[in-house]
Design a protein around this ligand. Structure first.
Ligand code: HEC
Ligand code: HEC
Ligand code: HEC
Ligand code: HEC
Ligand code: HEC
Length: 176
């Protein structure tokens, strides 16, 4: 005899299951594409590019001077923060943490946001020299309270611009 109480056999249950799976998939997709990419990594100290770059007009290379001269842009050491925060808002609780790091000679370990694998050769200064804007690869940093990755820095992304800009697309340029 057919078991009328077995809800798993009713068509409505199947439809609901499909709808729920679809919602879950859409939710996951939205999370990865919007939530994560807009908010970015949580950092040990809530450093805001919006406050420093947009509100206070501090140039990128005050803190990332490597981007002009070397392959790596680099993140600033505590000493760079102290250039200003030795005097500015010293009683702010987050700045007190910065002072502690400085006094104890302890670096701040910032979470990495952008990274390419070791087998990829990338060089910041060559791009800066050719006046490729930081934003082409990193998005509108000055609007961000928490830096997030805006572009997947994959091969397609690099090669597409290299073709447009007539830069080399020789394999050896990026893999050596
Ligand atoms: C006052 C110092 C300061 C200035 C000015 C500054 N940054 Fe930063 N930047 C930092 C610090 C500290 C971090 C690490 C913490 C974080 O990710 O927010 C960082 C992180 C980043 C990262 C992510 C690093 C990673 O791991 O991939 C990018 C990209 C970046 N900055 C780009 C810029 C650009 C572009 C500008 C100018 C529009 C700029 N920064 C101006 C201090 C600064
Ligand atoms: C060139 C000067 C300068 C440098 C370098 C600098 N800051 Fe600042 N920072 C400022 C100014 C100006 C403010 C805004 C102060 C105010 O609100 O009156 C500020 C504000 C802040 C705040 C409070 C932001 C808020 O949300 O209210 C934090 C936290 C902070 N900075 C952390 C850092 C850290 C960490 C570094 C080093 C990576 C750093 N700053 C480097 C000038 C600087
Ligand atoms: C052509 C693309 C491109 C441009 C333009 C660019 N970056 Fe980057 N950036 C990258 C890539 C790729 C990485 C990851 C590098 C790695 O893993 O070795 C990176 C990493 C970083 C980091 C993390 C620390 C580091 O050096 O790895 C910071 C900070 C940063 N960039 C800041 C900047 C600033 C500031 C500018 C403008 C002066 C800039 N970038 C311009 C592609 C770019
Ligand atoms: C928005 C445009 C753009 C993007 C994105 C871009 N590049 Fe470039 N790249 C350039 C330009 C322009 C040059 C300079 C070419 C020249 O001087 O002839 C260049 C030069 C280079 C060079 C030096 C080439 C040489 O002849 O020595 C390397 C290496 C390089 N890029 C790697 C990368 C990698 C890896 C990525 C992706 C993570 C990337 N680029 C993304 C525009 C871009
Ligand atoms: C302008 C820079 C650039 C050039 C030119 C380039 N690549 Fe790449 N390649 C990359 C980057 C960046 C990655 C890392 C992709 C990632 O992280 O997903 C990569 C990854 C790869 C991988 C690893 C597999 C993968 O997809 O992750 C292979 C294999 C590869 N490249 C082969 C080549 C060959 C062959 C050529 C020449 C026809 C070439 N690449 C030219 C930037 C470049």
């Amino acid at each position: 005899m057919k078991n009328v109480f077995d809800i798993s056999k009713r068509p409505i249950t199947k439809i609901l299951m499909v709808v729920m799976l679809a919602l879950l998939a859409i939710g996951t997709w939205m999370f990865h594409n919007f939530y994560e990419s807009r908010i970015g990594e949580e950092q040990p100290i809530p450093f805001s590019h919006r406050v420093h770059v947009e509100n206070k007009n501090i140039s990128c290379v005050v803190c990332h001077e490597g981007a002009i001269q070397t392959s790596r842009a680099g993140v600033p050491p505590v000493e760079t923060c102290m250039l200003c925060h030795e005097k500015i808002i010293v009683h702010h609780p987050e700045i007190q943490k910065v002072h502690e790091h400085y006094n104890n000679n302890e670096p701040i370990y910032w979470e990495k946001v952008n990274e390419v694998p070791d087998f990829v050769h990338f060089n910041h200064s060559l791009h800066t020299f050719r006046q490729v804007d930081c934003g082409e690869c990193h998005g509108n940093i000055k609007a961000m309270d928490r830096v997030s990755r805006v572009h997947e820095l994959n091969m397609g992304f690099c090669v597409e611009c290299h073709k447009e800009e007539k830069a080399s697309i020789d394999c050896f340029t990026c893999h050596r």
